[in-house]
Ligand binder design. Sequence first.
Ligand SMILES: Nc1ncnc2c1ncn2[C@@H]1O[C@H](COP(=O)(O)OP(=O)(O)OP(=O)(O)O)[C@@H](O)[C@H]1O
Ligand SMILES: [Mg+2]
Length: 228
Amino acid sequence: MKSYFITGTDTDIGKTCVVAGLARSLKQNQINVGVMKPYASGSKKNTKFRSTDVEILVDAAQVNDPEELLNPYFFSIPASPFSAAKKLGVHIDNNIVLERFKKLQHLHDMMLVEGIGGVLTPILANYYVIDLIKDMNLETIIVTSSKIGTVNHTLMTCKMCEKYNVTVRGLIINDHEPGYNTSDLKQDFEDLTGISVLGIIPHIDPFNIEILSQILSKKIDLKSLIRF
Ligand SMILES: Nc1ncnc2c1ncn2[C@@H]1O[C@H](COP(=O)(O)OP(=O)(O)OP(=O)(O)O)[C@@H](O)[C@H]1O
Ligand SMILES: [Mg+2]
């Protein structure tokens, strides 16, 4: 089965929601799906895991993997790994991330990996999220929005993937905040990039992973996503 790296055109764009929603849908289809958030940052909440994203992903996928595999690096300040590690005096060894990803791959049939920020979020000097996607040897799914400005962000993200020879499996438009008409935007994205829009997620109020999972199951061809 195929595994995916879910990136986004920005922070707060809906990466965690998409990974959690997809994981829940796949799990309901009896797929042994694992999740990973290699690098996370933000204020530490009083939750089971240091990162709230990890908490959401684990809850959606119903996995029992140890936190050190699920989330090798957590930084308690909301910044890129590069900047946070510098401030906190942490040495980042990306090989640890790659080894732990391999371990999770052995435990699950399919992996969904959530990035941090966007493709050019720095992890080390001269090593960005896009390098990590490449080193993990994964195809990517890009979560984007319908907000004005999204075309620029989305095209830049797709161009970077092209430059790094990272295959983009598709785009997901998260219509969480008002902006463009989503059918026009879908057509524009497809015309401009040649990449398919896999689905459009509406604003869900109140937000709930179960509802998102049902929407994704209806709108996204899960069978084609898991195929080799
Ligand atoms: N379609 C939606 N309807 C309602 N709320 C949404 C929707 N999509 C995302 N949200 C909310 O927007 C916020 C940001 O989403 P999310 O945490 O998935 O973004 P992210 O890209 O993972 O952010 P980060 O860069 O911090 O990892 C969350 O509070 C989430 O519940
Ligand atoms: Mg997130």
